[in-house]
Design a protein around this ligand. Sequence first.
Ligand SMILES: [Zn+2]
Length: 131
Amino acid sequence: MNEKSHVSLEQHACLVCGVTFDTGSVLLDRRLRASMQHHTTTGWGLCAEHQRLFDDGFVAMVECDPQRSGSPSSADRLMPEQAYRTGRLAHLKREMFAAVFNTPIAANLPCVFVEPGVIERLQAMVERATD
Ligand SMILES: [Zn+2]
């Protein structure tokens, strides 16, 4: 569907999995020009599944390919739109994350981007810790 419309269904992209989902809002061109696509992604959010995990106290680790991701604006912060997701995810309880990485995690942070290999190392550590 390439024809333009004067209304558009607002969508957000999930920070964790990158899937776009409807926010339930409708965007309207103020001058009622047919200027918009039928769907407009306006920002980032969490899809229903990842919102539930976030509410349950999990932080998502999102594996990104550093070769394909844009360069981070600072050493440890990759902008969501620059992240090239490999599709690999792990969820970790916030307390566990803080213990493993020896750093507290902001309560409003739903996910962190990690390089390939980090999730495997982490799983090995968690298995050892729970043995
Ligand atoms: Zn999601």
